[in-house]
Design a protein around this ligand. Structure first.
Ligand code: BF8
Ligand code: SF4
Length: 647
């Protein structure tokens, strides 16, 4: 069985097999058959009268013991997934906002304001008076305005990070539907309360609350991304490499894995200062920091640190025998890493109080002595390097060039070098004239149910040929980085003629001396909001709502609850979303119908399930062409209905 799209990774799976180490793929096989009730969302264990499982085929057991229908049970389960995803993202955002507040109060010597321009731009965006405000007090006001989104008591108000970041028409629509959020944490607790036994039993009402919670997720992600930029810098294009081949025989290899840049930035800083210790230990190259999952994306974008791998193959980094330490924070960290690392010399270290793994070394970062703790962690890695067994080394040769760092600001700056008066015009003109047919945002995870990265790569190749520009985040971006779709050569190899022409022109005009990559790396999962910022800028420039743009999102290998939360706000903002696996809702025809069809009439966006990546690409192309027709883009620019982009 070929589990990995990447052939060199496949040889590591075979190495693990020969060493009798179970990885995610073997554990998946052993878990089969998966529970059909769970897969359809019709298992309820919300109260202790159950668990109740609805029979999807007959009358017998058509409701739970309390009388809850399949519709109620499926809807409750789904919105609880949204609430969990929202809490994961928004807690990350809250921690970043609290850190900015500590900076403003002079309570930390570790962090500072790195991007003053971004801070002032955020203040402007959030309608905060900046005149006469010095930088540090302004940081305090921005932090307070962001934290207010987690604590506001007035239900009539709307979260700042929602209200000020989406088009007016979209905001009005959401207000009319009564699904705007005033308080991120409040929207999460609303879901937990209404899904308690014997509370909300109206599936549609439950789903609408789920959409509100998803908008809270969006708001928390805006906080996380934007305030991280203030503290650590807004990403700009950077060249690096991706795939497990970035590990080095002559270095102390340290992987940083998880999500929160508050931790990884410290490790990166301290590691730079400890190179000499690694050299003294015999590692002639010094310390080689590599990234995994979204932390990997964060440090790739801001520091050009190579990306070793994305979610599904995280265990393989250890199987190379070359990884001396893996330092993890929160989310998407397989507990199996404990067992796999115990089979090698690799030090696995947890760093967050809310994300420990039994039996694993825990060194907490985040308090005043973080720098000392980081030194301790890196020293452990250097000590582990001394125990490396060269006979078990197997570092794949493959690594690919990646150009990353395409924040919305970076894209607008780049376009501004062509037209400083109206930076978006080169992009918009080429969408209007059809040289770029549309934009697809690829987001989300890997899932063991799909050959790793296969859906991402197959779909992208087809979409690029059809002259569709691709943006990517999270493990989707990881898939493209590893598989050589994020460099100038990929534009030559995969872009259709007109897309290639535009990307080549833009790349040379912007001084890159090469075409722009056809897939733009916008960052980690929370950075999905960067692509929305870009889309909102285009929509506002055109005077249309997001649903009118030739823009589609896709999560072809989705896995986590966070992906469900993101997908839900994407459709709520009016953007059609393709998913490559059906979420656990098929046990209710009502819920399935609402998500895949009725939502279109309510919020314009909707879920489209298509497991075949070739078919999915075709369907996305049709949606994009339909949107172009809606905007009358391919008829004469003189047409009365045509948007007047060039005026
Ligand atoms: O937040 S894409 S597998 S690593 S959940 Fe996790 Fe999914 Fe990867 Fe990042 Ni996002
Ligand atoms: Fe069963 Fe109702 Fe309890 Fe769910 S809430 S476990 S359906 S009795």
């Amino acid at each position: 069985m070929n589990d990995c799209y990447n052939c060199s990774d496949q040889s590591l799976i075979e190495k693990a097999e020969s060493e009798e180490i179970d990885l995610v793929w073997q554990r998946y096989e052993k878990m089969k058959p998966l529970c059909g009730f769970g897969e359809q969302g019709i298992c309820c264990r919300i109260c202790m009268k159950g668990p109740c499982r609805i029979n999807p085929f007959g009358r017998k057991r058509s409701v739970g013991i309390c009388g809850a229908s399949a519709d109620t049970i499926v809807a409750r389960n789904l919105v609880r997934m949204i609430a969990s995803g929202t809490s994961a993202h928004s807690l990350h955002g809250k921690e970043v906002a609290k850190t900015l507040m500590h900076v403003a109060r002079g309570e930390t010597a570790i962090y500072s304001v790195k991007d003053a321009i971004k801070l002032r731009n955020i203040a402007h965006k959030l309608n905060i008076e900046t005149d006469g405000n010095d930088l540090i007090p302004l940081a305090g006001v921005v932090a307070a305005n962001s934290l207010m989104d987690y604590s506001r008591m007035d239900d009539e108000e709307i979260c700042n990070w929602l209200k000020y970041t989406i088009p007016d028409a979209r905001l009005e629509k959401l207000k009319k539907l009564g699904i705007t959020t005033s308080n991120i944490d409040g929207s999460i607790s609303d879901i937990m309360a209404r899904t308690h036994v014997g509370t909300d039993a109206d599936a549609v009402n439950i789903l609408l609350a789920g959409l509100r919670c998803a908008l809270a997720d969006y708001s928390g992600m805006q906080v996380a991304t934007n305030l991280s930029d203030v503290l650590f810098g807004t990403p700009q294009p950077v060249v690096s490499q991706a795939s497990l081949g970035v590990l080095r025989k002559d270095a102390v290899n340290i992987a940083i894995h998880g999500h929160n840049p508050l931790l990884s930035e410290i490790i990166v800083d301290v590691a730079y200062k400890m190179q000499a210790e690694a050299v003294a230990a015999g590692a002639t190259y010094g310390i080689n920091i590599v990234g995994v999952c979204c932390t990997g994306n964060e440090v790739l974008l801001r520091h050009g640190i190579p990306l070793a791998t994305n979610y599904l193959s995280q265990e393989l980094a250890i199987i190379t025998g070359a990884l001396d330490a893996m330092i993890v924070d929160v989310q998407c960290i397989m507990p199996s890493l404990a067992k796999v690392s115990a089979c090698y010399h690799t030090e696995l270290i947890t760093t967050m109080p809310d994300a420990k793994i039994a039996g694993v070394t825990h060194i907490e970062l985040g308090s005043g002595d973080s720098l000392k703790k980081a030194e301790l962690i890196i020293r452990k890695a250097i000590d582990a390097y001394k125990n490396r067994d060269d006979d078990r080394l197997s570092i794949p040769a493959e690594k690919n060039k990646v150009i990353a760092g395409f924040s919305a600001e970076a894209i607008i700056d780049l376009l501004g070098s062509i037209n400083s008066e109206d930076p978006l015009s080169p992009l918009i003109e080429n969408i209007v004239n059809g040289k770029i047919r549309g934009i697809v945002l690829f987001a989300g995870c890997n899932n063991v149910k799909v050959k790793q990265d296969h859906n991402f790569v197959t779909m992208a190749q087809k979409l690029l040929k059809h002259n569709i520009l691709i943006l990517a985040t999270g493990c989707g971006a990881g898939a493209f980085a590893k598989n050589a779709l994020m460099n100038s050569e990929a534009t030559e190899d995969y872009a259709g003629d007109t897309l290639k022409e535009v990307l080549t022109f833009l790349g040379f005009e912007a001084g890159l001396n090469a075409p722009l990559p056809p897939v733009l790396h916008m960052g980690s999962c929370v950075d999905n909001v960067r692509s929305i910022d870009l889309a909102v800028a285009i929509a506002n420039r055109l005077g249309v709502d997001l649903n009118q743009l030739p823009l589609v999102a896709s999560a072809p290998e989705l896995m986590s609850e966070k992906a469900i939360a993101i997908g839900s706000w994407v459709v709520t903002l009016g953007i059609p979303l393709h998913v490559g696996l059906a979420p656990p809702v098929t046990g209710s025809s009502l819920v399935t119908n609402v998500l895949t069809s009725e939502l279109k009439n309510i919020v314009d966006g909707y879920f489209m399930v298509e497991e075949d990546p070739e078919e999915a690409a075709d369907k996305i192309i049709s949606i994009i062409e339909e949107k172009r027709l809606g905007l009358n883009l391919d008829s004469s620019l003189d047409s009365a209905n045509n948007i007047e982009v060039l005026s």
